[in-house]
Design a protein. Sequence first.
Length: 142
Amino acid sequence: MATLFVARSANLSKWASDVGLPKNIFKVGVVEGGADAVAAALAAGWAAEKDWTLVKKVEVGDWTEEEALERLSAKEKPVDPNYYPRLRGAAGVYKLTPTTVGNHLIVARAMAGNESLDFKLKVADYANYLIQFAQPPKAAGE
């Protein structure tokens, strides 16, 4: 069973804001296995950082990382690892702006009939946004 996860590094976020990227930088990946596999992947680190923390994870069956990143890349543009040498081939690193995620939440709340559209974005909101667009589509019967 594969697990789709979203992780965040405080050091990479600081670096991103220093080089002109938004500070909301996240790593999206898929690993085979459960919590232990995700913990091992986070410990290995990406982009020369070892302080990655898990934001959210979901089980995705036999979905592969390539399929998830392809699906997510249709909605959000990943950070080009060839343009930023610090990333050195770290696929699945995405930059998000508060406007994009905020607009998505406003539409979702309005469609759900929530009267209050006032909210403050949290890290979990960014993770939910990424997971929603990266996970496999639901079957008609689910």
